[in-house]
Design a protein around this ligand. Sequence first.
Ligand code: ADP
Ligand code: MG
Length: 496
Amino acid sequence: MKETYIELNSSTYTIKRKKRMLLDKLLKDSLQHYKSLFACDSDAIYAMDLDGYFIPLNPACEILFGYPSMEFSKLTYMKVMTLEHLDRALSLFYKSLEGKLQNFDCQIIQKIGELRDLNITNYPIVINDDIVGVYGIAKDITEIKQKRKKLRENEALYQLLMENSLDLITKSTPNGEFLYVSSYSKEIIGFTPDELIGKSVKELIHLDDLNDYENNKEIVSSGHGNGRITFRLKHCNGHYIWVEALCKPILNDQNVVSEIISVIRDVTEKKRTEALLLQSEKLSVAGQLAAGIAHEIRNPLTAIKGFLQLIEAEQDTQKTYFDIINSEMNRIELILGELLILSKPHALKFEKKNIKQIFDQVKALIDTQAIMNNIEVEITYLSNLQTLLCDENQLKQVFINILKNSIEAMHNGGKITVEVDTTESNQMQIRFIDQGCGITEENLQRIGQPFFTTKEKGTGLGLMISMKIIEKHNGTIHISSENNGTKIEVTLPLTR
Ligand code: ADP
Ligand code: MG
C-alpha cells in the first residue's frame, strides 16, 4: 500500500514536471512572438504552473506585485494574497485548472507591505488537450476602488444632506416631472415624496405663476441666468404657499439638459414681512405728507369760505367766485384722492401708463412740501411721450420717496430737476438731480439697506422699498453724489 502511494506520488511528480517543461517551452516560443506586445501593457501578464507558481511575462508584474522577477517566480497566491481573499483566489485558480475562465477582484500585499486592489482573469493553458497551467492578467484597480468608495461616501453624504435639509430638494425631468423628492416635502406642502414622484410640478404651481415658471425653465435649460424664481405651490390642504426655487440643469454627454435639480425654500413668511414693510413705509410717507397736505387744503378752504361770505354780500360777481370755488374744490379732491391711494394696500396691477400723467400727480402731491421749503421742482421731457407697463401707484411711491429725500437734503432751498429721457438701449431713464447736501462715499455704500437713515425722524426704508419696486419692474436705480447734490437715475423698460 505504502509503495503504491510513493509510486503514484512520484508519477504525479513526473507528470507535473513534464507539464512544467511543456509550459516553459510554450512560453519561451510564444514570448518570442509576443514579448514586445506584452512589454508595454500596464496590466501584469504572467503564467502559473500547476502548483500555482508565477512565471512573469512582462515588466508590469514587477511593478504591480512589487517583487523582482526572480523572486516573483518563486511565489504563489499563498504569499501575495491578503488572508481574506486567499481562499477564494485559490479555489478559483483550481477551477481554471479544470478548464474554466475565471475573473475576480482581490487584494494583494506588495513586498513593501502596501495593499493593492486587483482584478484578475485566469485562462487555462491547453497543450494537446492537456491543461498545463494558467495565464493570468492582473489589472490594478486600487484607484478605481478608491474612487468608487469616495463616490459611495459622497452619495451617502448627499443623501443625508438632502433628507435632512430644511429646504425641499427635487430632481425632475426638463419638463418638470418629479424623479426625486426629499422627505421635507411633507412639511412644506403636505405631500409625501411617493405621492409626488411621477407627477409634474406644473400641477402644483399657481396658474398666475405658470408663465414665470415656463420662462425660468427656458433660462435654466439654455444655461443662462441663475434660475432663481419665486412662485406659489399648492399645499395638499388646498392653500398656496410662496416658495423660492434655485434650479440647476444637469447636462448629459450630448450637452443637453437631462435633469433639473431644484432647491425650494418656503418664503411665505418673508413675503408677508416684505408686504408689511411696504405698507408701513407707505403709511409713514403718507403720514409725513399729511402735514403738508393739511396746509395745502387749508388754503383753498380759506378761499372757499371767503368767497362764500362774499356771495352772501354781493350777488353780481357770483360767476367768478363760483369758478374759483370749483377749481379749488377740484384741487382738494385731487390731493385727497392721491393721499388715499397711497395709503391703501392693494394688489400689484401692471398696466400701460403714460409717464407724464404719473408725474403730474406726483408733482401735485409733492409741491406743497417743496414750496414750503423754498424749492422748485421742474420736470422736463427730453424725448417723446413715453408709455410704461407698470403698477402706477408703486411707481408714484418711488418718485415721491426720491423727491422727498431731495427736498429733505436741500436745507437752503433751490431747484430739483427731473429729466425724463430715453437711453441708447431704448429704455426709459428718469434722472432726479438735486442741489442738496449730497451723500458721503461711506453712506452711499449703505443706501438701500433697510433702516439705514441719517435723519432724526427717518425710517431708512424709503430707498430700500423703492429699489424693490423698481426691481419688480425689471428696472434699475443708480445713485451718484457730490458735495453739491445728488443724482438718482431710474431706468425702466419701455413699452411700445
Ligand atoms: P429716510 O429718508 O427715511 O432716511 P431713505 O431710504 O429714503 O430713508 O434714505 C436713506 C438715507 O439716504 C437718508 O437718510 C439720507 O442720508 C440718504 N439720502 C437719500 N437720498 C438723498 C439725497 N437726495 N440727498 C442726500 N442724502 C440722501
Ligand atoms: Mg426717505
